[in-house]
Write a protein that binds this ligand. Structure first.
Ligand code: ADP
Ligand code: MG
Length: 340
């Protein structure tokens, strides 16, 4: 019967859904680190082998998962972060869809070791292709370690489309930089093929993180911004007229500490730099906008990269005008040429 309608089983559903959340190794790294941050970790260690294609190991010192809850964490739509849709309007966690662990574990071999401070002993589980194949008690410290091996081992087509180790590594490094910049109070340690790539101090200073990643050539040319209006507050650093780039790699935009792609914010920044940096060059910025969760919608795409504002136009104008005033009044500017 050609037109018979099948109801898909959970494993199949998870594998299909994984296509949205788990595009490549860096998406796994993103989801796992975001979980560490949501679990109130103060230190996160990321160890990558072969661009994440061979293994990804992430260790945190967060709240851990109770032994009795471990199985649930791998179910689709299972989350400790929201209970009902209204909770989205008061959401400060990075996750809420309860899809990442279900998706990741359905397309890889996953090992989790986790312990809460309330329990005397931890739990170790192995999940392969979405099935729990082992669960045992284990002695370990508080927090969670997740190891992903052989990503896409059971989806050969996806595996074939993985990029070179070099390309995947660049993606992962870029992503870790973004997450570290968004979370200066968290210490990040990133090791790639046994090589130390990044150490941030976790001293809650944005400038320390930027210095760890980009060095003092950048930090010496930044202007601190701190602004509050009735729509939002803004904190971070913007480049003076001595630093700009021909690409957008040094434009880091965050909303409520979540890094986002926001055309509105980028347009406001570009506009405010008019005649201060050359046309076709891009300003350097590390900016976090705090805004009440009910004024934005982060639930547009599973990767939550896009954000929609309730009052786009007002935010654009307020931001552009503030940045412009800040740039023109900054003592670092003044010798700037006018670029028409
Ligand atoms: P979400 O983050 O959207 O809630 P996930 O599938 O990423 O969904 O995770 C499912 C649940 O597993 C989380 O809600 C959380 O309770 C638990 N969890 C996942 N990772 C960690 C971690 N590193 N530390 C503590 N709990 C975690
Ligand atoms: Mg998550």
């Amino acid at each position: 019967m050609e037109n018979k309608i099948n109801i898909l089983d959970d494993l199949t559903i998870n594998k299909i859904a994984a296509g949205e959340v788990v595009e490549r190794p860096s998406s796994v790294v993103k989801e796992l680190i975001e979980n560490c941050i949501d679990a109130k970790s103060r230190k996160i260690i990321i160890e990558i082998v072969d661009g994440g294609k061979k293994s990804i190991r992430i260790t945190d010192n967060g709240i851990g998962i109770f032994s009795s809850e471990v199985e649930k964490s791998f179910l689709r739509h299972a989350t400790s972060k929201i209970k009902k849709i209204d909770d989205l309007y008061d959401l400060y966690s990075l996750g809420f869809r309860g899809e990442a662990l279900a998706s990741i574990s359905s397309v890889s071999k996953l090992e989790m070791i986790t312990k809460t401070k309330e329990e005397p002993i931890g739990t170790r589980v192995m999940v392969e292709g979405g099935k729990i194949v082992l669960k045992e008690p284990v002695g370990c410290i508080n927090g969670t370690t997740i190891i992903i091996r052989d990503i896409f081992y059971n989806t050969p087509v996806r595996q074939k489309f993985l990029k070179s180790t070099h390309a995947e590594t660049i993606n992962i490094s870029d992503l870790i930089n973004k997450l570290a910049i968004g979370n200066p109070a968290v210490q990040f340690k990133y090791i790639n093929n046994n090589k130390n790539m990044l150490n941030t101090p976790g001293d809650d200073k944005l400038l320390s993180v930027v210095r760890s990643i980009y060095g003092k050539d950048i930090t010496e040319n930044l202007i601190e911004v701190n602004y509050e209006c009735n729509k939002f507050s803004l904190y971070g650093y913007i480049g003076n007229n001595n630093v700009y780039r021909s690409n957008k790699n040094l434009q880091h935009i965050y909303i409520n500490n979540r890094f986002v792609k926001s055309k509105i914010i980028l347009d406001a920044i570009n506009e405010s730099y008019k005649s201060i940096i050359p046309i076709n060059k891009h300003a350097v910025c590390f900016l976090n906008m705090d805004i009440k969760p009910s004024a934005i919608d982060v639930n547009i795409h599973p990767t939550k990269l896009e954000v929609k504002f309730e009052d786009e136009q007002e935010i654009y104008i307020e931001l552009r005008d503030f940045l412009r005033r800040k740039l023109l009044s900054s003592s670092l500017i003044g010798k700037y040429e006018t670029y028409e």
